[in-house]
Design a protein around this ligand. Structure first.
Ligand SMILES: [Zn+2]
Length: 119
């Protein structure tokens, strides 16, 4: 998904949250409306949360730049100090503090998926 689309989708969710909160109704297809009553707070929270999550993830996404069909690493993370680096500022991908080889962001979270939760 392109960044702009992600942002648009996130903002749409946030708008839906606002809309549900103001109107107290939710319209999944634009015609049929569900009267939510007190559930509007729940639906508003879910939409708002999803919206923020999508916007956040879109902004913080690890974008790769492809040159001549070769994927360049843009961000990498040190498994020791957990610091994220812009790959281009590293020498041979080594963490300057720990002198440990950093791992490409995407690979890193595949290896330590539990750390995605405290990002
Ligand atoms: Zn380090």
């Amino acid at each position: 998904m392109k960044k702009v689309l992600g942002l648009f989708f996130g903002l749409y969710l946030l708008y839906s949250a606002y809309d549900v909160y103001i109107s107290g109704r939710f319209s999944p297809d634009g015609y049929y409306e569900i009267e939510l009553g007190v559930f509007k707070y729940l639906v508003t929270s879910v939409f708002a949360l999803l919206g923020f999550l999508v916007v956040y993830k879109t902004i913080n996404r690890n974008e790769k730049i492809s040159v001549n069909n070769e994927t360049l690493i843009e961000y990498s993370k040190c498994p020791k100090c957990k610091k994220s680096y812009n790959y281009s500022e590293l020498k041979d991908g080594m963490c300057p503090t720990c002198n440990v080889k950093t791992i490409e962001m995407e690979e890193y979270f595949k290896k330590y998926p539990e750390e995605l939760n405290d990002v």
